[in-house]
Structure formats: structure tokens, C-alpha cells
Design a protein around this ligand. Structure first.
Ligand code: SF4
Ligand code: FES
Length: 429
């Protein structure tokens, strides 16, 4: 993590273990910024759907869909970098290399489990096949026995390997707004830009455009902060034009799927390394990323065109029922009686407090212990009890601050209850 060549070493190592091509999601961050800046300028000119909210953090998007459906149209309709890259690889790149998209297994390495949920959204047609968190990748690397520090770095593959300082900055809070401002500077011109810290996790940027207009941009991290900001906008206490939201503290560098330790010191270190990596990138703005511009020439025509809407834009929906968003992990046949449903919350807060480890232990229990054959195990996302993470839902009971022991006890009680007797004794556990 304190190595500016870490990404290059990762490229080599991923190839050693069998990946054919390794692309940089920061390329897609450039693409998303370019598109999103045009979208913002258009909304600003028409005075519609403002403030524009960024949409690259799926935890925030889902939060908006659940709690602020009235702002769904204000979310940028541009896909996140992960999903935009997935779409262009499966639609265009597959054709270029003469491979059926179905024969490409696209693995995305991401900082959180929210990205796993995002890849499963039906709107994205399964463009990204597998999402691994960075922590999972570290485990895989350790299992190879290869010392990554000894691996010679190599560059990302073309044509999706090039990124500007803007694209790289998506990893930390403020990066998206800063990148959009870079593009606006080239589209309209910026006379002056000033940022002030309002509170922990909330910053206000005032951008004076060359045409005399003043744009107010807010950068916020943490869903608690976000709720306050959106509520203030809703009641008219706050008037801003664009809002960048990241669910995790300090942005993706603090994502729940990042390797341990994931404390503020480590995040500061990650932010520093990211700044250093950015500082040696010769491309400053997405508009200098000529491979991205070639994508427009070849396929997307121009920002906000019909073609780009088809491929790199999406839509959102009001989601009242979070229970619908579950992933089958150890399913049981529909007709099986006496089953107990155990859903482990894999939302960012629960994941960072160890819910994934509980899930692994549960799977092992279900495979080894007779009584646990009746457990139907699922993954779920944010059961709205983040303050008491990790959470596991057993039938309708939320087991908060869960441990494997607590979950086993509640599941066993539920099993007894459904069987209507005590034939399942604790000695079975
Ligand atoms: S790491 Fe956090 S901020 Fe980044 S996309 Fe995931 S949930 Fe959002
Ligand atoms: S992430 Fe919110 S309850 Fe698990």
C-alpha cells in the first residue's frame, strides 16, 4: 500500500495467475467524468434536475432509491466506472477481439461489497461477472505464495489502460467533483474555485465560471452526513447545484472491502499514495485521455448522444423493500419444509465489522453439522441497522452485533419453533 508501483505489480501478478487482460477502472472514471460533466452543464443550462447527485457509489444510489425517491431523477444517469467499463468491454471490446461476450469472464476488483450488489442489478445485464473486494484479492495473492513486492510491474492493457489524474482521483472523497470541474473548465472556463470545510465529511466548493455564473458544489461522505445534507436541500435550507456523495469515510479508500487495518491512519496513507500516483500522471483532465476520446470517435459519437445513452447511462428505481435484494448462497429447494432462512447483511457497515467472516463460518457449519442442513443461507444488503453491525436476519429476527454463536443459537431456536418440538437439541450444535 505504500508503493506507487503497486498497481503495475498487481497487473503482472494477475496475469501470472491466469488473467488474459488487465484494464484500469480509472480509464472508465475518465469516461464517466466526461459524460457526467456534460450532463451537468446541460442541466445547468436548462435549469432542470438540480442539484445533480453523483451516482458512482452504489451504496449511496441504493440509499437514495430507498429513502429519497423524489431525488431519483437528480442522480446522474451515467453508470459508475465499474459498470461503464463492463458495458464497453462486453459490447465493443468483445467484438474487436472477435470473442463472444458470453465467453468473457469479467472480474472486477473493487473496494466494497456494494459493488457486488451493483453488478447484480438487472439493468446491467450481468456485464460484470464477478466482483472481488480488494481484501479478497489480498487473500488470493497470499494463497499463491508470491511476494508481490518482488513482482516486476507492467502497464495496464490497452485500450482501457490509460487514465488521467482526474480518473485516478475517484478513489477519494472530492475526486469526482474535482474531475467534473476539470472538464467544466474546458467546456466553459473557470475563473475561480474555492473550497471550504463545513464539518467533518462535508465540504462546499464555489466555482465561478467564465460566463459569470456561480456553481455551488458539495462534497459529502458518510450516509449520516448525506441524510443531513439531502434533508437540508429538501426543506430549502441549502441551495447547491451538484453534490458528490460517497458512502464511506474519505471515499473508496475507506471502503468496507479494503484490507485491514482500515483505520483513519491507513486511509490517510492511502490518500497520500493516491496523490503521489496522480502527481506522476502526465494527463491531467479526462479530455486528454486520447483512448477515451477514440471510444467516442468509434462508438459513442459524442457525450449524451443516443449511442452513449444506450451503453453508459442507466436508470434507477424506487426500492421500498430491501428484502427483495437478496443473493442465494446456500439455497434449499422451495418445497423443503422446516427451513430457517439466515440472511447475512453484506452492506458496507456490516461487512467492515466482519459479516463476511460470519458468512464463511455459517457455510462451514451448514456443511458440517446435521441440524444446520435446514439453514437456507442468503446475503442481503443493509437491513437499516448499521449502528449495530454486523447484522444477520434469522427468519424475521434481526441478530444485531452478531457473532456466529449468537446466530447459531437463534437459528436453532427458530428450527425448534418451526418443527414444533425440541427434537433438535443443543447437543446437536
Ligand atoms: S467503497 Fe464506499 S464510497 Fe466507494 S463505492 Fe463502495 S460504498 Fe461507495
Ligand atoms: S450495512 Fe446497514 S445494516 Fe448492514
Amino acid at each position: 500500500e505504500d508503493d506507487v508501483a503497486a498497481a503495475g505489480r498487481m497487473v503482472s501478478l494477475l496475469k501470472m495467475i491466469g488473467f488474459k487482460k488487465v484494464f484500469d477502472v480509472a480509464f472508465a472514471a475518465d469516461l464517466v467524468t466526461y459524460e457526467e460533466a456534460h450532463e451537468f452543464v446541460e442541466r445547468l443550462e436548462k435549469g432542470v434536475k438540480l442539484p445533480q447527485f453523483t451516482s458512482c457509489c452504489p451504496a449511496w444510489v441504493k440509499f437514495a432509491e430507498q429513502y429519497y425517491p423524489e431525488y431519483i431523477d437528480n442522480l446522474s444517469s451515467v453508470k459508475s466506472p465499474q459498470m461503464a467499463l463492463g458495458a464497453i468491454i462486453k459490447r465493443f471490446y468483445a467484438k474487436e477481439i472477435g470473442v463472444d461476450p458470453k465467453d468473457i469472464v469479467l472480474v472486477s476488483i473493487m473496494p466494497c461489497t456494494a459493488k457486488k450488489f451493483e453488478a447484480e442489478r438487472e439493468e446491467f445485464n450481468g456485464d460484470v461477472d464477478i466482483v472481488l473486494t480488494t481484501r479478497e484479492v489480498v487473500k488470493i495473492i497470499k494463497s499463491t505464495g508470491i511476494d508481490i513486492r518482488m513482482v516486476e510491474p507492467e502497464p495496464f492493457d490497452r485500450p482501457f489502460g490509460l487514465s488521467s489524474q482526474s480518473g485516478l482521483s475517484f478513489g477519494k472523497s472530492g475526486g469526482v467533483l474535482g474531475s467534473v470541474a476539470n472538464v467544466i473548465n474546458e467546456l466553459i472556463g473557470i475563473k475561480n474555485i474555492e473550497t471550504k470545510q463545513i464539518s467533518e465529511g462535508v465540504r462546499l466548493t464555489t466555482i465561478e465560471l467564465s460566463n459569470g455564473k456561480v456553481v455551488k458544489g458539495m462534497v459529502v461522505f458518510g450516509l449520516g452526513n448525506t441524510r443531513k445534507i439531502v434533508d437540508s436541500i429538501k426543506v430549502g435550507e441549502l441551495d447547491v447545484d451538484i453534490v458528490e456523495v460517497m458512502a464511506c469515510n474519505y471515499g473508496c479508500i475507506g471502503g468496507g472491502g479494503q484490507p485491514y487495518p482500515n483505520d483513519s491512519r491507513t486511509r490517510e496513507k492511502r490518500a497520500r499514495i493516491l496523490r503521489e500516483v496522480q502527481s506522476i500522471d502526465v494527463l491531467i483532465s479526462p479530455t486528454e485521455n486520447f483512448h477515451m476520446l477514440q471510444l467516442y470517435e468509434k462508438y459513442l459519437n459524442k457525450p449524451l448522444s443516443h449511442e452513449s445513452h444506450e451503453v453508459i447511462h442507466t436508470h434507477y428505481k424506487h426500492r421500498r423493500r430491501v428484502q427483495e435484494e437478496e443473493i442465494d448462497i446456500l439455497p434449499l429447494p422451495e418445497e423443503s419444509e422446516d427451513k430457517v432462512k439466515v440472511s447475512v447483511c453484506l452492506g458496507t457497515s456490516c461487512y467492515s465489522k466482519g459479516s463476511y467472516e460470519i458468512l464463511e463460518k455459517l457455510i462451514s457449519v451448514a456443511n458440517k453439522e446435521e441440524w444446520a442442513r435446514n439453514l437456507e443461507i442468503k446475503g442481503t444488503f443493509c437491513v437499516e441497522n448499521c449502528g449495530k453491525a454486523p447484522n444477520v436476519v434469522v427468519n424475521d429476527i434481526i441478530v444485531s452485533e452478531a457473532t456466529i454463536e449468537k446466530v447459531k443459537e437463534v437459528a436453532l431456536n427458530e428450527l425448534r419453533r418451526t418443527k414444533g418440538d425440541s427434537s433438535v437439541s443443543k447437543s446437536n450444535v
